[in-house]
Design a protein around this ligand. Sequence first.
Ligand SMILES: *[C@@H]1O[C@H](CO)[C@@H](O)[C@H](O)[C@H]1NC(C)=O
Ligand SMILES: *[C@@H]1O[C@H](CO)[C@@H](O)[C@H](O)[C@H]1NC(C)=O
Ligand SMILES: *[C@@H]1O[C@H](CO)[C@@H](O)[C@H](O)[C@H]1NC(C)=O
Length: 323
Amino acid sequence: MLQLRSYALALLASIATLSQVNAQCANNVAVYNPDVRTLTANNTWFVVPVPKAAALTAIQEAYPLLNVALLDVPNDPTLFPNGFPAGQQPAIVNIGLSDDIRMSAFQIDGGLKVGQVYISYVSLNGSPSPLQAQTSGYIAGETGPLPNGLVPALASTLLFGGNPTRLGEFTPDAAPYQSEGGPILSAQTKWALLPNPISGPGIYPEAFDFEFTTIASSASRYTAKGFKYLINLPTLLPTAQCQRNAYYFTNATANPVFRNGNVTFGPGADGSSATSSALMAASADGSGIFADVDGYGGCAQSVGNSVQGCDEASAHTDPNTLN
Ligand SMILES: *[C@@H]1O[C@H](CO)[C@@H](O)[C@H](O)[C@H]1NC(C)=O
Ligand SMILES: *[C@@H]1O[C@H](CO)[C@@H](O)[C@H](O)[C@H]1NC(C)=O
Ligand SMILES: *[C@@H]1O[C@H](CO)[C@@H](O)[C@H](O)[C@H]1NC(C)=O
């Protein structure tokens, strides 16, 4: 009897927890992946062509101990129907809301705002396996502070396979993006360098901002498969290993859409300076604005696979991530 009662209480508690989950697509992959971190990511991703020299500087700053280089973007019309601009490397930048986060060892109540910049087609130790390398990553709770005593160092280990993450400040703070009136949407990520809720505001250098609209797939420079391929490249970790952080768009709740707009890189896009960054300086006028870039958005199911060697990770990318 007592056992039954505690079972019922546990069940009620789990229902109460589930009902707190945001109005975002529910996690349909946790059931198949009980031992690793799963979540749903209502994200917007932009592909920003950046000059190769700046891309290389940004990844060398992020992985000072590793032998990283840039691979050329292959001529693959199934990904890039018009090719990719010569002399440029794709930076993939995303802002979104991660929710329904499940982990075997650690559960998080509520969602987390997440934003990252990656350089894609990165090579480790001369290998031809294309990887993505993070130049910066930010995280925040939906009301600012991180829930459950989570701190960036712990989030880095639990959520991102050990890639460094910084405390961010997002607008909006509890949704993936917001309306700017008419068809225009926006999302912003700042670097919460010295947040100090008691004595006043800290320093918040800009990291990356989006202003965008929805476009037809036919107006996009990249195919849906192209975006999915870039989003799902194995992520290089500071340990010289890789994580396949898989994003699936196959569930009916994904609702993927194509976007076009302006991405601004600020001092927090790469490096460790609060006033400048290589990607910011690489824009045409040095202000960090990259206008008329294409993006993709949707509510993806994400599986943070166990860390493995980078060539092995590259050989085992799940083909379902491209569907
Ligand atoms: C993703 O977020 C946007 C903005 O808040 C919302 O309108 C949309 O319904 C969300 N999509 C899903 C599938 O949860
Ligand atoms: C992007 O910037 C250009 C100016 O360079 C502006 O005309 C355009 O409206 C902006 N697009 C969006 C979606 O804000
Ligand atoms: C959601 O997507 C995952 C990964 O592709 C798949 O295993 C699962 O069957 C899908 N669930 C539903 C309800 O479509």
